[in-house]
Design a protein around this ligand. Structure first.
Ligand SMILES: Cc1cc2nc3c(=O)[nH]c(=O)nc-3n(C[C@H](O)[C@H](O)[C@H](O)COP(=O)(O)O)c2cc1C
Length: 161
């Protein structure tokens, strides 16, 4: 089995690198997918953008065995079942890993536009609870939720195979 990942700002890559270190598996960026044999088993790691796992489409025709997705939320939103259904991976083991985000001022292009709209929308909410206030602060100031221990369920799944 090999690791294939898609990462724009580096948070998902950190998990992919750790996984490679801990398991000795070969690791490929999705950009180097051509180097991976189609029959080779793959564990894929991507990041969530409005509920869609980025890069997943590119590995669909490969021998995909498990999928991990990073996001800024504490848990997959609105829940794991919905994320799996939306990304058509109901038949595969799925692991949500908390990622992170750069401060909004360091973001670029369309992602910056989309996140700025999202922050503006959150700020307009009348009943802002602690969770919403925390999301606004994370998006504006940046946030790093990447923790090595979050990989534990993935490592357990791998060793149980
Ligand atoms: C435009 C945009 C949309 C996002 N949508 C979601 C989302 O739906 N759910 C979530 O938990 N995180 C979302 N995020 C946060 C990213 O998934 C998170 O920052 C991820 O860890 C980034 O991974 P990377 O550094 O490997 O690119 C979004 C980020 C951007 C820029």
């Amino acid at each position: 089995m090999v690791i294939v990942y898609e990462s724009k700002t580096g948070f998902t890559k950190r998990y992919a690198d750790w996984l490679a270190q801990k398991t000795g598996m070969e690791i490929f960026s999705v950009k180097d997918l051509a180097k991976v044999d189609r029959k080779e088993e793959i564990i894929f790691l991507g990041w969530l953008k409005a509920g869609t796992i980025q890069g997943l489409k590119k590995v669909r025709d490969y021998n995909l065995k498990a999928v991990c997705a990073t996001g800024t939320a504490p848990a997959a939103e609105p829940n794991e079942q919905t994320v799996k259904a939306r990304n058509r991976i109901e038949h595969l083991p799925f692991f949500y890993l908390r990622g992170g985000c750069l401060p909004l001022r360091e973001m670029k292009g369309m992602d910056k536009v989309l996140l700025s709209c999202f922050v503006a929308m959150l700020k307009k909410r009348k009943n802002q609870d602690e969770k919403v206030r925390e999301s606004i602060a994370h998006l504006e100031n940046g946030f790093d939720g990447v923790r090595e221990e979050n990989l534990k369920p993935v490592l357990e799944w791998l060793s149980a195979r």
